[in-house]
Design a protein around this ligand. Sequence first.
Ligand code: MSP
Length: 669
Amino acid sequence: MSTYYITTPIYYVNDLPHIGHIYTTMVTDTVARYQRMRGRDVYFLTGTDEHGQNIERVAESKGIKPLALADRVVERYHQLWSRLGMTHDDFIRTSEERHEAGVHEIIRLMEKNGDFYLGRHEGWYCPRCEIFYTEKELLDGNLCPIHKTPCEWKVEENVFFRLSKYQDRLLKLYDEHPEFVRPASRLNEVRSFVEAGLRDMSVSRTTVSWAVPFAGFEGHTVYVWLDALTNYISALGFGGEETKPFHHYWATEDPVVHFIGKDILRFHAVFWPAFLMSAGLPLPKTVWAHGWWLLDGKKVSKSAGGVVRPDYLIERFGGDPLRYFLLRDMVFGQDASFSDEAFIERYNGDLANDLGNTTSRLVTLCRRAFDGHLPPIAGVGVDSQTDLAQTAAEVVTEYHEHMEAFAFQEALRSLYRLLQETNQYLVRNEPWKKMKDPDATEEVSKVLWSCLEALRIVTTALLPVLPQRAPQVLQSIGAPVPAKFGESLSWGGLPTGGALQEVKPLFPRIDKDAWIAEARAEAGAKTEEHSVSESEPTQSAAGQESPAADSPAKLAEPTAEERIGIEQFFETQLRVARVVDAEKVPKSSKLMQLTVDVGEENHRTVVAGIAKAYDADDLVGKLVVVVANLKPAKLMGIESNGMVLAATEDGQPVLLHPERDVPPGTQVR
Ligand code: MSP
């Protein structure tokens, strides 16, 4: 049986998981599930990257040990991955002994090859990337090209790795195995970088103690990327006593795939193969760099701000709709924008409507026509315009091609073509018109069976993408839930005549406006969280325990770029207002409709996301501060004319009041 080893990057423990981490892991899980269903011997690895100066600094600022910080964040990863049904075979932590053994072994082999020497290292260093940049790569003001924060000039005596020695071998690798870096545009990027000339790189530190000691170089610890990259083999027992998995999954001709984000391409496509060449070890087969999820045009990340913590989406919908959206709305390899609107449109369109409604419609028709049973006679799905069985066969071929090429969007598109044809076939054949005619039983049965059979094939193919919901859809149409594809994607697998179970709707339609209003209120409650500095990794979503909540969050001083002029501040009109009336917005758990006196002739309506924290009655008569010159916005059908200011503590709003009574309308500045 062929093997298939697939990995995610290991995630830093200075941040809680966000949509970017979830994305990579969901994609990897989908491929792992798909390949297992194809019958391959899959090994899926994920884990955490726990060493380094960044983690050390953060832990220090909390007054806790780095390992304690890591333990807390790791716990959150475990909880989330289990909730989302991730099927990783292993979770490696770089603080584990088995990993350290792997790092020592790779260093021993590299050293044996004469690839280390001691040298003086000076240059511009980004403490967040933990990497030196050349002057050319820096942005104006010596800012890091990734984080846009200042780099430090650092001088150290380090162990150097003879990276330059591997330049030609790397170029040969890219030429002979273009599949080593995917997509092709990324290969070009990597090739140009290497062609421009590789300098030897420093692979030890003398100032970082939360790291693996560098054997043979007293006082040096291993550079965090050499440490981290080795996880892909240390998890397989490399450097330990039990090396069987390493030989089985790594040292093989079968696929070995690293899924990564494009931000860490150079480490995986240049440094990692060079380390392995130096150690005389086999290389992975493919490094696949996907794009970024963007929010307001910026990468979703802690450091760039705009953190999307998906807890709310998952709490509300479960993991599958999010997974479906992430796979369907991003061309794997390119960037894509995340928005609540896009999510809900995809959910309502593809899941509630196309998949959900088709299922309930067919089940309802069977109930009526065959007394709650599957159609008694199987069909071939052919009418004057469609050969459903033929379309299904084509679609399944396309689906496999796309899934093997990681073109998830295309794979899903193909499946939906079959779903659409099924609906058209149903509408054309109008079985509901013939249900009462006993002579038409065979025809009605064949039409309904054919539609259900096509739906079964689509849903079976969706099992890796909707691992929690697709089995329920299959059960609801009396179809088997296979562990392996086998013959299950061929026409003819649906039984005839079995009893159908009672099912509740699997993808209830969501009112878009109400959802957006709720999501905004949720986002509002988290504004504070977004402004927390990179060095403060522990802010969490509303109501959740922060993994390092021992001390209050420290905010970063705004950078020169972030500062605004006083005139810009004065563009915002802040005024004191008195709450005249307050009422919870029906059907919303968070929104409160306030009538406020802002010193104008008429009172205003302002909708605020404070209903979880305040009772309406307690608010009446209170003085608050509002932004008076905001453009009106509709929240759950109510026009809001302003915004009430609140601090956010633990995700809960805390209203701001003037320190003594002042007349409504008084300016705040
Ligand atoms: N620890 C390193 C990786 C070491 S691998 C040997 C690291 N960790 S990370 O926590 O910053 O997360 C890295 C990965 O998260 C990215 O490479 C990418 O896979 C994913 N993403 C983080 N933000 C992302 C988006 N906004 N969009 C998509 N994925 C991104 O780097």
